[in-house]
Design a protein around this ligand. Structure first.
Ligand code: FES
Length: 98
């Protein structure tokens, strides 16, 4: 696993874009819980880090698809998944395995 960011780098209810081995990864901070997703929208690859975070969803700004943050899939079709990465938080450091 590799350290990629600190928890305080990501505002609550916000995102941070990082790269690992040239893979763009969006870190999401939802009420203090951190998640790591492939930053490329499953529709046409727009940056999810630029999306709008709502209560339990993130909306891609390009064509307004919404994704359930807990389930990491499209709200309208759960078969459309967002790629996620396993992460671990230790002493405020975020480690990711890809
Ligand atoms: S690229 Fe995200 S909704 Fe189309």
């Amino acid at each position: 696993m590799k350290k990629i960011a600190r928890v305080e780098d990501i505002p609550v209810g916000g995102t941070k874009l990082v790269f690992m081995n040239d893979t763009p990864i969006v870190l999401l901070n939802i009420k203090g819980k951190i998640q790591a997703w492939d930053n490329r929208c499953p529709h046409r690859g727009a940056s999810l880090a630029d999306g709008n975070i709502l209560e339990s969803t993130i909306q891609c700004k390009f064509h307004l698809w919404e994704f359930d943050i807990e389930l990491a899939c499209a709200v309208a079709n759960s078969d459309i998944k967002v790629k996620t990465f396993y992460l671990k938080v230790q002493d405020g450091d975020i480690f990711i395995q890809i």
